[in-house]
Design a binder for this molecule. Structure first.
Ligand code: HEC
Length: 346
């Protein structure tokens, strides 16, 4: 229904604007926008292509998540740009009806954007992104409900929505209220979400760590426990423990990319090497595919170049043809990547 109205409005707009389009003045200044739009279209088509490739499920989901995250970033950047120039000069006042219909359509679109079309701009983006927005919008209502009723379930609903919306202070406060009210010291979700926030304050970081550790003991199979434990260790200045926790999180939720950046940072801070698989995923898979099966760049699976170790090292360090060089990959890092890349053919 919503899409029908939207399509109808767009159609009317097109019909009305078509005759005036010859007089259109398109701004050439807005190159940033067109770049972003181009990137968006590219990402959307890459996402579409993904579904036609015969990849293992896990790989596909991982790749999909990456694309969706990039897409979300592009959409956000687009949102932040000033409104696009309409590109239309209404130089003919005789077109009053046209103007009226245009205004009607525009108000329908804009009004829709704020009300029942909440999600239309986010079409094709992961549910998580849309949900986060909805959560932000729901917060005031949930908060007043919780403070009115003082019902544990209402408080939890508010705490969860605040957490999902990235409002960690509000969320921690609510989880604290919840524990105070229920006196339930085995509420793992509340413990870890309160604990990780406490750990951001120097005075409470040790106590925060205690709470998150307790939550992991209570729910040893819950991935979020390890993710938050990782952050809490970082805040407590314990990088090795943090790394172990993030790795455990990724074991439990291999599709998630949430800890990848932390893992890479901690590894380099600790002077440890990323695995060849991670290095390939970070540096090569965007062009050569997640398994080296080929994408925008040729497949590596039947490439003779990767069987020759010296040639492979040379290609990575110096690039070849339109492939960029990776001079920063050297030493043990390069060894691990070379080994992994060669293993793709076995
Ligand atoms: C920006 C896209 C891009 C990235 C990133 C990239 N490559 Fe390439 N790669 C290419 C292109 C394009 C070619 C073909 C170059 C040519 O022959 O002109 C190529 C060629 C190669 C070849 C030679 C294949 C053959 O049989 O001739 C190897 C090996 C290779 N890449 C490995 C890697 C590795 C390993 C990484 C990660 C460190 C990587 N590439 C990252 C685009 C890329």
């Amino acid at each position: 229904m919503i899409y029908l109205i939207l399509a109808l409005a767009a159609l009317m707009l097109a019909v009305v604007l078509l005759p005036t389009s010859r007089k259109a003045v398109t701004s050439t200044e807005d190159t940033q926008r067109s770049d972003l739009l181009e990137e968006r279209d590219l990402l959307v088509s890459e996402l579409r292509d993904l579904s036609t490739q015969s990849l293992p499920e896990a790989e596909r989901e991982r790749a999909e998540l990456t694309f969706k995250a990039r897409l979300a970033r592009v959409l956000r950047a687009l949102d932040e740009l000033p409104p696009a120039p309409s590109g239309v000069t209404l130089s003919r006042p005789a077109h009053l009806p046209a103007l009226l219909v245009t205004l009607l359509c525009a108000s329908l679109l804009i009004g829709g954007g704020f009300t029942f079309f909440q999600s239309w701009r986010y079409m094709g983006v992961g549910d998580a992104e849309a949900k986060q927005l909805q959560n932000v919008l729901k917060l005031p209502e949930l908060q007043s409900k919780a403070s009115r009723s003082q019902n544990p379930e209402d408080i939890r609903a508010y705490a969860r929505a605040a957490f999902d919306a990235g409002k960690f202070r509000e969320s921690a406060q609510a989880y604290g209220d919840l524990i105070n009210l229920t006196r339930d010291t085995k509420d793992a979700e509340a413990l870890r979400r309160l604990g990780v926030f406490m750990s951001t304050n120097e005075k409470f970081r040790a106590q925060g760590l205690g709470l998150v550790q307790l939550s992991v003991q209570l729910e040893p199979k819950e991935p979020e426990g390890y993710l938050l434990l990782g952050y809490t260790y970082v805040n407590n200045g314990a990088p090795q423990e943090a790394l172990d926790a993030f790795l455990k999180f990724r074991d439990l939720r291999p599709m998630s990319l949430e800890a990848d950046e932390q893992i890479a940072q901690l590894r380099s801070a600790l002077g440890q090497n990323a695995s060849g698989e991670e290095l390939f995923a970070q540096n090569c898979s965007s062009c050569h595919g997640t398994q080296g099966e080929g994408k925008t760049a040729p497949s590596l699976l039947s490439s003779a170049a990767i069987r020759d170790e010296a040639a492979l090292r040379n290609i990575i360090q110096n690039g070849v043809g339109s492939m960029p060089a990776f001079p920063e990959l050297k030493g043990k890092t390069l060894d691990a990547l070379v080994q992994y890349t060669q293993s793709l053919q076995k």
